[in-house]
Design a protein around this ligand. Structure first.
Ligand SMILES: NC(=O)c1ccc[n+]([C@@H]2O[C@H](COP(=O)([O-])OP(=O)(O)OC[C@H]3O[C@@H](n4cnc5c(N)ncnc54)[C@H](O)[C@@H]3O)[C@@H](O)[C@H]2O)c1
Ligand SMILES: O=P(O)(O)OC[C@@H](O)[C@@H](O)[C@H](O)[C@H](O)CO
Length: 381
């Protein structure tokens, strides 16, 4: 079995590549990082260090790599005969890899009759559908029709905290023990792909929202509040009692929406929250506040981890969620110069005010009670 995986970064090597290799796939990573691509090509294996109460090292074998820009023909050939195409490149990069994927699928029409499943493993709702939209733009109507029974895009939710890495070996990756990969089966063609450790469901919506609006909502709030207080790591920020209490309150708010909307059992959801809070304080890993806070414009999107649960809360219960609003206020104050989106966000705020930024990026009108509360929270910071 062959899997082509775009993005040999933290989650690509630390989770997706590792699980696919364990499931019996030969994994061809595609990346733009020369050092990582060369090391994978030379060694064909790497180490994943699972850092929990004890430490375990796994060797991931049967891997190779291609350069995303310099080896396009080889990538297209691999996609033409792959069983699986996966991505973990970040939502903003999906449009950039869509043409290569489209050309691989074009070639596949003539060289392979087996179905291929494409799975975007990004922190977003409908990630694979989003990728499909861009891939389809590069294909004619006839090609799209030929691929109808040969290619399916499966949405998924992927959960494992993998921090930025700083080892002498560019391939070694430290990960937390916990992982969850939930994949929607609605669009599957033929047999469900063989993947050890993945959980297949008919309807992904409750799972992706539970993950995004608990793990990522909480994580983002710790990071933005932590940045305000000059903490460098998530671990340090979580040791601050005020931040811990703000995060817990925000997760109570997003949890209220999730229980109301999807009927998750309240006690089980509370246990889920507690487990996630424990994952944030894992002392065996160093996760930087600036990694978790990265791309604040994406994170301020109307369907992302802060605005969507906050808006749903307001719609469902007619009240403004003050702790989520506080998290959004902290995001708006994230002025880290090492992050392009943070710089752009601060520039927008300078030119159009907080109201302008909320309208532009969150699609939130300035007179909406949530916008009013966010501005109020900013005054206290
Ligand atoms: N790290 C985590 O804890 C985690 C967990 C779950 C989901 N995710 C999601 O996974 C995705 C990747 O996150 P990450 O933390 O691994 O980031 P990362 O920056 O470590 O990895 C992204 C990789 O994509 C590569 N890339 C960039 N442009 C490319 C291109 N044109 N072609 C091929 N590769 C390209 C980069 O070189 C990098 O190696 C994001 O959507 C993130 O939200 C991350
Ligand atoms: O990857 P982002 O930028 O969407 O979010 C940052 C972190 O919250 C995220 O990477 C988590 O570590 C991950 O989603 C855990 O499963």
């Amino acid at each position: 079995m062959l899997a082509v995986h775009f993005g040999a970064g933290n989650i690509g090597r630390g989770f997706i590549g590792s699980l696919l290799s364990q499931s019996g796939y030969d994994v061809v990573f595609v990346d733009v990082n020369d050092k990582v691509v060369q090391a994978l090509q030379q060694r064909g294996q790497y180490e994943v260090i699972i850092a929990g109460e004890t430490t375990e090292t796994q060797v991931v074998r049967h891997v190779s790599a291609l350069h995303s820009q310099h080896q396009r023909n080889e990538i297209i050939d691999q996609i033409a005969r792959a069983d699986l195409v996966t991505t973990a490149v970040g939502p903003n990069v999906l449009p950039l890899i869509s043409q290569t994927i489209a050309e691989g699928l074009q070639k596949r029409i003539t060289v392979c009759s087996q179905p291929v499943h494409v799975i975007a493993c990004e922190n977003m709702i409908g990630g694979s559908e989003y990728l499909k939209k861009y891939v389809w733009e590069h294909l004619s109507e006839q090609e799209q029709a030929s691929l109808k029974d040969k290619c399916a895009f499966l949405n998924c939710a992927v959960d494992r905290i993998v921090p930025n890495q700083s080892h002498d070996d560019p391939l070694t990756v430290v990960v937390e023990p916990f992982f969850e990969w939930v994949i929607e089966t609605k669009e599957v063609i033929g047999d469900i792909p063989h993947m050890i450790g993945a959980h297949f469901v008919d309807d992904l919506q409750p799972y992706i929202e539970r993950k995004l609006f608990t793990v990522n909502t909480g994580h983002a709030i710790v990071a933005y509040l932590g940045y305000r207080k000059k903490y460098e790591t998530i671990h340090q920020a979580m040791a601050d009692g005020d931040i811990l209490s703000d995060v817990t309150n925000a997760l109570r708010e997003s949890g209220r929406v999730l229980v109301h909307q999807y009927g998750w059992n309240e006690a089980e959801h509370q246990a889920y929250i507690e487990k996630i809070v424990q994952r944030f304080v894992n002392p065996s890993m160093t996760d930087e506040v600036t990694r978790v806070a990265r791309s604040p414009i994406r994170k301020l999107g109307p369907n992302d981890r802060l605005i969507r649960p906050a808006m749903k809360y307001y719609e469902c219960f007619g009240e403004v969620p003050t702790s989520l609003a506080k998290g959004i206020a902290a995001l708006l104050l994230f002025d880290y110069e090492g992050d392009e989106e943070a710089v752009q966000l601060q520039q927008t705020i300078k030119e159009s005010g907080v109201e302008g930024a909320l309208e532009t990026y969150a699609k939130l009108p300035s007179d909406h009670p949530l916008a009013v509360e966010i501005k109020k929270q900013m005054l206290y910071m």
